[in-house]
Design a protein. Structure first.
Length: 158
């Protein structure tokens, strides 16, 4: 099993849209919309997220997570002077729980440790991923409505 990251390209948008839609599937199952309305909503939200990340974090790295050269997820990371901020990490449904995200996160944390910077991420309060981040040493910094800010302080060098 070879896990690599590569920069996102415009040609990756169909995969990224499908990946994004998978994160909204449970929510979409609850609304009484037609399939076309759901698709239009998800496409609009995906475009909005893409634009928002580009505006708010213009220097962030947008990478595809690949397993044996096949895309299985995405990770968007902003490395500032003060903090490594994970904008998003999402795995394809079939790959969730297989440890790939943990491997990618550990590499980010190792880089942050070497730089002496904390790492942060916002997660939904109802997201099961919060347990993963807590296992990796993240702690709750703040909670606002359904959004939880998690942060991991850098580990001292050995």
């Amino acid at each position: 099993m070879k896990i690599t990251l590569r920069p996102v390209r415009e040609s990756d948008d169909p995969f990224l849209l499908e990946l994004y839609a998978s994160t909204r599937a449970a929510e979409m199952a609850l609304v009484p919309w037609t399939a076309e309305q759901k698709d239009a909503f998800v496409r609009m939200q995906f475009a909005g997220q893409k634009t928002g990340y580009a505006k708010e974090y213009p220097d962030a790295q947008h990478s595809l997570i690949c397993l044996d050269d096949e895309p299985v997820g995405r990770v968007y990371l902003s490395r500032s002077e003060n903090c490594f901020h994970i904008l998003d990490i999402t795995m394809a449904t079939a790959q969730r729980g297989n440890g790939i995200g943990t491997i990618v996160l550990r590499e980010i944390l190792q880089d942050a440790d070497q730089a002496g910077r904390p790492t942060s991420i916002y997660v939904d309060s109802f997201s099961p991923s919060q347990r993963l981040f807590e296992r990796l040493g993240f702690q709750v910094v703040s909670v606002k409505e359904f959004s939880v800010l998690l942060e991991r302080r850098p580990s001292p060098s050995t």
